[in-house]
Write a protein that binds this ligand. Structure first.
Ligand code: 5RP
Length: 273
């Protein structure tokens, strides 16, 4: 692998643990002002020190992240449909490679919609993006199983989607956790990270999901709502981090969360008076 490509990937998946914590805040590109991400800067800023990388669109990057903060950026460069539109799978590449380089990004991210109406277009876009990324040493994260396709959340479908993304040249694949997740990871020749999905009932459920995915071979998370929709987002990202980088058990991570949340609670109270 080219030095630049290898170096960029090492900024996302940390070589000392072989794992990474990516914070996903790209939801607005089709969901608009998602709950607790209404003012992106307010949500993102406190979490930045605890994320290895940040996944977002260029609009939120430019307006809501301090350029002086040294966090690797995974830039979402696909879009074109909204949650109230006809078909979420109707996406194209929305940001050029030149713009990505200007923004000094570490990786590019694009969704593929295997099994959906625009499957072909999204896969061809992936191939094109990989070609462009390869030219400049910028890795591509393929985001699999979004929107309606998420209803098919089983190892058979997710293995198919992840494997196709890897065959098209994606350097990293993001998908959802499912039963028999080992099958998804083992049949995907590039590293797999998991999205958290919609907010789960309790923080311990998201910690369990993280733990189970790593046990099954995932190299990290690209998590959004289960972190910043928690009442204690900083405590949550730190606890996810403990599982990813320190091999904490679910019990240990949850104890850490409970301990940290008391401090986060008192800081919030102090700043609100
Ligand atoms: C949506 C995305 C999100 O980044 C992804 O779903 C991760 O966020 P969450 O953990 O909230 O599911 O790519 O297309």
């Amino acid at each position: 692998m080219d030095w630049g490509m290898k170096n960029r990937l090492a900024r996302i998946i940390k070589p000392d643990t072989g794992r990474g914590v990516m914070l996903a805040v790209d939801h607005g590109y089709f969901l608009g002002p998602t709950e607790r991400l209404e003012v992106p800067r307010k949500t993102i800023h406190p979490l930045l020190p605890y994320a290895d990388s940040l996944m977002l669109t260029r609009g939120v990057l430019r307006t809501s992240v301090d350029a002086n903060f040294p966090i690797p950026i995974v830039l979402r460069v696909s879009g074109g449909s909204s949650i109230i539109g006809k078909d979420l799978s109707n996406e194209k590449i929305t940001t050029s490679i030149k713009e990505a380089i200007r923004l000094n990004v570490t990786a590019l991210a694009l969704s593929v919609f295997v099994g959906a109406q625009y499957e072909h277009e999204s896969l061809v876009s992936l191939a094109k993006l990989v070609d462009e990324g390869e030219e400049y040493g910028i890795p591509v994260l393929a985001v699999t199983a979004v929107g309606k396709e998420l209803e098919k959340r089983d190892a058979r479908y997710l293995s198919l989607a992840c494997r196709i993304a890897a065959e098209f040249g994606a350097h990293l694949v993001k998908t959802y956790f499912c039963e028999n997740f080992e099958k998804v990871v083992n049949s995907c020749p590039v590293p797999v990270i998991i999205a958290g999905g919609p907010k789960l009932a309790n923080e311990i459920d998201a910690l369990q999901l993280t733990y189970d995915a790593l046990q099954a071979g995932a190299v990290g998370v690209d998590m959004g709502r289960n972190i910043w929709q928690s009442d204690y987002p900083v405590s949550m990202i730190k606890s996810v981090r403990a599982i990813v980088h320190e091999n904490a058990s679910v019990k240990e991570a949850h104890e850490l969360f409970n301990k940290l949340k008391n401090t986060e609670k008192s800081t919030k109270t102090a700043t609100s008076v």
